[in-house]
Design a protein around this ligand. Structure first.
Ligand code: GLY
Length: 611
């Protein structure tokens, strides 16, 4: 059993500050500590709802339902009933870890040329995004019911109370949501019925925009969403079937088929046929810990696992702290190698053969790690994992997304890591019965083959789920106890954010909040990115000087500095310094007292709750 206490983390921070970092720890967000249960989300109202459910005896699955229904209301740009999610779940009773795939899927009539015009050229991302073609069959309502049926304790209807109350009484629009509406209006100028492309649906337009000025509703506006309250009431009374059959399903199909930009093809039958899929987690040994994540159709678990496996293989190149140029170099090179494999091999494994075991094979990762030298390798080529049986052309698109991450540990020792999404900010911009529709199908490759006719694994196919980068993760210690629950939004940057947060905790001994406060860096097998520090949110460091150092000493030709807006939500289980025996979190810890240490991301509106 591994003793990982706050004292170690504090010592690590003393070490780091003594290495020339100018910002003192007191100016940055600090970790929250609780004894029994904890929930971390990207919004204070969602955290409050989850903490309340845990307090009245609810499980992590119960709290997740309350959190998800509130997030769909108060952070509607990121996730909701009209989207999909992935969950990694540890069940304390059985000691088993499972994953739930509630990814949106393509309609039964989808074809591989979905996003191509008559000449075979791409219709363009913006055009596809803001259309009925991009909407996948949502998985979130079915996922909530599935988790509650198996792992819930409180009555289903009870879990909808916080969101229903907020939807009816109103809540204040956040600065973050208001500025994201403004950003979309800037990108899509025009206010008249015929001019609007993004909020082309009048319901969404009137809900989010001041129709007199054509500007985003300001932060602090009292938002009421009675249609959403009615949808929640139907779900609470009749379960997920209320969403997948009958009037709600009909309205979704009508909205998709009647899209004012490009009509889509989703039918009521597609909705009625939707099922969540329970899948084996993909796990890798990293420094004696078991890091478990989501397998295909997400690339998250495999890519996070590859990055960690590769950096562990090259400890000789690892720096002495997370912002040391050696560390940044090693992590970036590992990112290049992981993204080369991800782009080529990962897609929905119900449709294509993904070499899951081979991609995490220790010998394979050692061979891949051997490509790393003291200088930038440039664009990495994909490898040949041992169990590879089909070769594909790469799908290299990297995008931003509207996504949110939720981490929960309950008093019973269950742990839940969920990344939930409607894809782009505000999904496809169309609102049905109080929730936004996703544009998840733009996560498919728009091309179905390369110039030589080699098929792309992530091409559109009927009923297929598009490749994701979402990386909900649970890390276990060498006794099988939950050590860390983490994950983040951020499009394909999710992979780097999550891998870095795990490295910061496991390798550098930081607590989850300190790990989040470290500025980000990564490479998705193109340019190298360094996060510009944010006063009071991230540790201060000289990003431009580090970029120069990478160019001069490590021969990087393309290093860019800028914002990297992660939304990490992390919980670490720590053995208490309190000697008294007690019941802890996880089956192997019955005789040890544990505490929960939580970190939320202040790059968004993250908060930690619990007691
Ligand atoms: N829509 C974000 C992702 O699935 O990666």
């Amino acid at each position: 059993m591994r003793f990982r206490t706050l004292v170690i983390a504090l010592l690590a921070i003393c070490l780091l500050t003594s290495m020339g970092w100018s910002k003192t720890e007191t100016e940055l967000p600090t970790a929250v500590v609780t004894k029994r249960e904890m929930v971390v989300t990207a919004n204070p109202l969602a955290t409050e709802a989850g903490a309340h459910i845990l307090k009245i005896g609810g499980t992590a699955a119960d709290a997740m339902v309350a959190v998800q229904t509130v997030l769909g209301l108060v952070e509607p740009q990121s996730s909701g009933l009209g989207g999909g999610a992935f969950i990694v779940y540890y069940d304390a009773k059985t000691g088993k870890t499972t994953t739930l795939d509630a990814r949106e899927k393509a309609p039964a009539t989808a074809t591989e040329d979905r996003f191509l015009d008559d000449a075979g050229d791409s219709i363009g991302f913006s055009n596809a995004w803001q259309s009925g073609l991009s909407v996948g069959v949502p998985g979130t309502p079915r996922m909530m019911e599935y988790m509650h049926d198996r792992y819930g304790k409180l009555p289903w209807q009870r879990l909808f109370v916080p969101a229903k109350r907020l939807a009816q009484k109103g809540f204040e629009l956040t600065e973050r949501t208001s500025s994201q509406i403004a950003e979309l209006l800037d990108r899509n100028p025009g206010c008249g019925d015929d001019e609007r492309l993004f909020f082309r649906d009048p319901t969404a337009f009137e809900y989010f925009v001041d129709t007199d000025t054509c500007e985003a509703k300001p932060a602090g506006t009292l938002m009421r969403n009675k249609a959403y309250a009615r949808t929640l009431r139907a779900l609470a009374r009749k379960g997920a079937d209320a969403f997948y059959y009958g009037p709600i399903a009909r309205d979704i199909a009508d909205a998709v088929q009647g899209d004012l930009n490009i009509p889509g093809d989703m039918t009521e039958e597609d909705l009625a046929n939707y099922e969540v899929v329970e899948r084996e987690p993909v796990c890798i040994d990293y420094m004696g810990y078991d890091v478990c994540g989501m397998g295909p159709p997400s690339s998250g678990g495999l890519a996070v696992g590859q990055i960690l496996g590769i950096i562990e293989n090259r400890d000789d190149l690892m720096g002495s702290n997370p912002l040391d140029a050696d560390t940044v170099h090693l992590f970036s090179q590992a990112g290049r190698l992981a993204f080369a494999d991800r782009n080529k091999y990962v897609a929905d494994s119900d449709f294509v053969s993904v070499p899951v075991a081979g991609m995490l094979d220790p010998d394979y990762l050692a061979d891949r790690a051997a490509f790393i030298t003291g200088t930038d390798m440039g664009t990495a080529l994909p490898g040949y994992p041992p169990d590879m049986i089909a070769s594909y052309a790469p799908d290299t698109r990297a995008k931003l997304s509207g996504t949110s991450h939720v981490s929960i540990i309950d008093r019973y020792g269950n742990a839940l890591s969920m990344t939930t999404t409607i894809e782009s900010s505000f999904g496809n911009g169309v609102m049905v019965r109080g929730f936004l529709l996703n544009n998840e199908l733009t996560d498919f490759s728009f091309d179905f083959e390369d110039a030589d006719g080699i098929p792309i694994a992530n091409r559109v196919e009927p009923n297929k789920r598009p490749r994701s980068s979402m990386s909900p993760s649970i890390v276990f210690d060498d006794d099988g106890n939950v050590e860390l629950v983490t994950g983040s939004p951020g499009g394909s940057r999710i992979i780097g954010y999550t891998a870095q947060s795990i490295m910061n905790v496991i390798h550098f001994g930081l607590d989850p909040q300190e790990a989040i406060n470290i500025p980000h860096y990564q490479n998705r097998n193109s340019y190298t990115e360094l996060e510009t520090p944010i006063p009071g949110v991230t540790l201060d460091y000289d990003a431009e000087a580090l970029a120069e150092q990478l160019r001069d000493e490590y021969e990087y030709s393309d290093v860019r500095t800028g914002a990297m807006t992660s939304g990490l939500s992390s919980i670490q289980v720590v053995e208490s310094d309190d000697e008294k025996p007690g019941k802890g979190h996880g089956k192997g810890r019955k005789h040890f007292k544990t505490i929960l240490v939580g970190g939320a991301d202040h790059r968004r509106d993250g908060t930690v709750g619990g007691r």
